[in-house]
Ligand binder design. Structure first.
Ligand code: THU
Length: 299
């Protein structure tokens, strides 16, 4: 089934930077972990008053709360909704902020956690009986371990500075990576990948994966782009985008991370996109912490 994409509605104006990315990677991580590709929710980031009203009107509980889930279907259809729409998740940003403070982590991390929690409810989990609760908590822990390195704040902590990319450059680079994917030579895996690498001189270098009958000489899209650029005299880079045909975000493989680390700073932004151009923004340093690099070549 085609992935209709996640719907995210940000009603709360002061939602923190990175909240949208946190929601989308939390949703994707749950869908992937639960084998629920092709399904999607609508996630609404709102305020205490709105969630209070919904909590009172739909659940008879007269106070604000952190997260509410409204499954679109019931019974069997809950797990396999005919149109893929799982239902709505409503999150109060101010309540998430207060909870984050008392737990000693960021609001963005709390929003990711509440999204995972709400998603698991939409997929039929609950925490009424102790054993159900134990199962739900353990799924949450496993999924959050996947989500955390994808949060923008993790990448920023890792590279020691706040970073951002302008939206038009983001879409330009992702579109170029999607376009580069068209040239992929993939008779063996059928998995097309495209990359767009921006050099410090302002040029885009595009790459695709190029497979081989002997399998191991296969070159990934990112390395194709790096090698094209370096062979043209470029050795300094500003950003990378990669994309494939997958519903999920595509990340550079370990070998490509190592090759990139030869030429690119830890703080270089990396856009990992899916086939629809949805993406997460991270950094090379977050993708390859404690890398072996030229500085380590000392006896
Ligand atoms: N691939 C890439 O091009 N980039 C990555 O970072 C991940 C993997 C390619 C290699 C191979 O042609 C196909 O995807 C399946 O592994």
């Amino acid at each position: 089934m085609a992935d209709p994409g996640i719907q995210i509605e940000i009603e709360y104006e002061a939602a923190p930077r990175g909240a949208e990315q946190a929601v989308s990677c939390a949703v994707k991580a749950v869908l992937e972990a639960e084998g629920a590709a092709g399904r999607y929710p609508c996630v609404i980031l709102t305020d205490d008053e709105t969630i209070h009203r919904c909590n009172r009107d739909f659940r008879g509980v007269d106070r604000p709360t952190d997260v509410l889930s409204f499954p679109a279907d019931e019974g069997e259809a809950l797990l396999t909704p005919p149109d893929g729409f799982l239902g709505d998740i409503m999150i109060s940003v101010p309540t998430a902020g207060r909870q984050a403070e008392s737990l000693g982590h960021s609001t963005v991390r709390e929003i990711a956690f509440l999204t995972v929690h709400g998603m698991l409810h939409l997929l039929g989990y609950d925490h009424i009986a102790a054993e159900d609760e134990e199962l739900m908590l353990s799924r949450q822990r496993v999924i959050m371990a996947e989500v955390e390195p994808n949060l923008i704040e993790y990448a920023e902590e890792n590279c020691g500075r706040e970073f951002s990319m302008n939206e038009s450059l983001i879409s330009e680079m992702i579109n170029k990576a999607l376009e580069a994917r068209e040239k992929a030579y993939v008779p063996y895996s059928g998995f097309r990948v495209g990359a767009c690498l921006l050099s410090s001189s302002g040029k885009f270098y595009l790459g695709c994966n190029i497979e081989n009958a002997a399998y191991s000489p296969t070159n990934c899209a990112e390395r194709t782009a790096v090698f094209k650029a370096v062979s043209e005299g470029e050795t300094s880079f500003e950003a990378l985008a990669i994309a494939s045909d997958s519903d999920y975000f595509t990340y550079p493989c370990g070998v490509c991370r190592q090759v990139l680390c030869e030429f690119c700073a830890d703080s270089m932004p990396v856009l990992c996109a899916n086939k629809d151009g949805e993406h997460i923004l991270t950094t090379l340093g977050a993708l390859l912490p404690m890398a072996f690099s030229k500085e380590d070549l000392v006896k």
